[in-house]
Design a binder for this molecule. Structure first.
Ligand SMILES: *Cc1c(COP(=O)(O)O)cnc(C)c1O
Length: 398
């Protein structure tokens, strides 16, 4: 185990001169990934061909890697499996959970949730029938909105825009007290801060691997099902690899024991290989140490920006226990300011309508990076150098 993050920085292949404050959106490339991928491509796919499913252990990868992510989110062994995209895993968790609370038809979420989660819930309600509905309240009102009409509370622990963090233990306890189940989205938590899905009593949890966990663009998502539910939950997407015996080729579906029933189809082996190379880094660190370093970085950034950029308004909670691993500021010209920053090598991102978002990832970002980023941002704000036409044309991906 290491707590010296100046050592982990060299494990990433970052371009010269870039301060990358967007590891919360697309994690950077670990140095070991290219060689690991080359080996999987040439030695496994190239030489083993279809025998790789057995000889290279491809078929076990979703469960084996699920366990490694399970360590980072406080999950029991054998309760996490990889596959598909996060949007699909949200659908599966939500549909399974809803079915386990018969008689209730309300999904409760908040207006800070990521749109895809809300869209998936809306689409599922349409499929299930006119009585089903998604109810969204302001993030601070979720606790009060938990009553005995709620079937499932679907919450993203850390708000993608503001970095506001919900209290997983308290909300889960309240949900259970009113007879509801919980689906926690850990997209901005896994690899960002310590999560305790088992101790916190979560029923279902989902998250992605291409943000803080650095699996690369399009890397697969994970799903956690509490062991007390795992043999009972009916996967809404009942694909052959979630079957009890896929290679029996039975005509009728019978779910696999435990969380493996949440597998759907053929796993993305190349992306899983990339993820495995990244998880070798995660094996060397403790989430508590990452968290301590992350809070020091986000505090430092907030203090620095507030001292030098009076026009930027903090959107992230100051209280440590209510903050994820990102810091966001509001400004009506946020998009142009972010483009000006990127032009000077400080990469964050913009989230409509007015949020400048910066992710802090201690594995490769240190205090000196924070100070440099603050100085560059302060210069841009003081000189209004964002106020140029080329910084105001919106790209397809912001
Ligand atoms: C990033 C993110 C997603 C993205 O879902 P994909 O299916 O991987 O594109 C969904 N939900 C939340 C909360 C996210 O942060």
């Amino acid at each position: 185990m290491t707590t010296d993050f100046s050592q982990t920085r060299h494990l990433f292949d970052l371009p010269e001169g870039v301060i990358y404050l967007d590891g919360n959106s697309l994690g950077p490339l670990p140095r070991a990934t290219a060689a690991r991928l080359a080996r999987t491509v040439t030695e496994e796919w190239g030489q083993m061909l279809i025998t790789g499913w057995n000889r290279a252990g491809w078929m076990e990868m979703p469960a084996r890697i699920g366990d490694r992510i399970g360590r980072l989110i406080g999950a029991e062994k054998g309760s996490v499996v990889m596959g598909d995209t996060l949007s699909i895993k949200v659908y599966q968790a939500l549909a399974s959970a809803l079915e386990m609370v018969p008689g209730r038809k309300v999904i409760l979420s908040d207006t800070g949730n990521f749109p895809s989660d809300l869209y998936i819930a809306q689409g599922l309600c349409r499929t299930l029938g006119p009585d089903y509905r998604l109810k969204t309240v302001a993030p601070e009102d979720v606790m009060a909105a938990l009553d005995d009409s709620v079937a499932v509370m679907m919450i993203t622990e850390v708000d993608y825009r503001t970095g506001r963090r919900h209290d997983m233990g308290a909300l889960t306890a309240r949900a259970h007290a009113v007879g509801a189940l919980t689906v926690w989205d850990l997209a901005h938590s896994a690899g960002a801060l310590p999560v305790e899905v088992a101790a916190g009593g979560a029923d279902f949890a989902v998250g992605c691997s291409y943000k803080y966990l650095n699996s690369g663009p399009g890397g697969p998502a994970f799903i956690y099902v509490a062991p007390r539910h795992a043999d009972r939950a009916r996967p809404a997407l009942s694909g052959w690899l979630g079957h009890e015996a896929p290679f029996a080729f039975d005509l009728d579906y019978r779910p696999h024991d435990g969380v493996e029933r949440m597998r759907v189809g053929t796993p993305p082996i190349l992306q899983l290989a990339a993820l495995e190379a990244s998880l070798d880094i995660w094996d060397q660190v403790e989430m508590a140490d990452i968290r301590a370093a992350s809070l020091a970085l986000t505090d430092r950034f907030i203090t620095g920006v507030e001292a030098t950029c009076p026009d930027l308004v903090l959107a992230t909670p100051r209280a440590h226990d209510q903050r994820g691993s990102q810091v966001s500021f509001r400004h009506p010209e946020g998009y142009a300011i972010m483009q000006a920053l990127i032009a000077q090598g400080v990469i964050g991102d913009f989230r409509a309508p007015d949020i400048l978002r910066f992710g802090f990832t201690p594995l490769f970002i240190d205090a000196a990076d924070v100070d440099k980023a603050v100085a560059i941002l302060a210069g841009i704000m003081a000189q209004r150098s964002w106020d140029r036409p080329e910084f105001k044309t919106r790209a397809r991906v912001t």
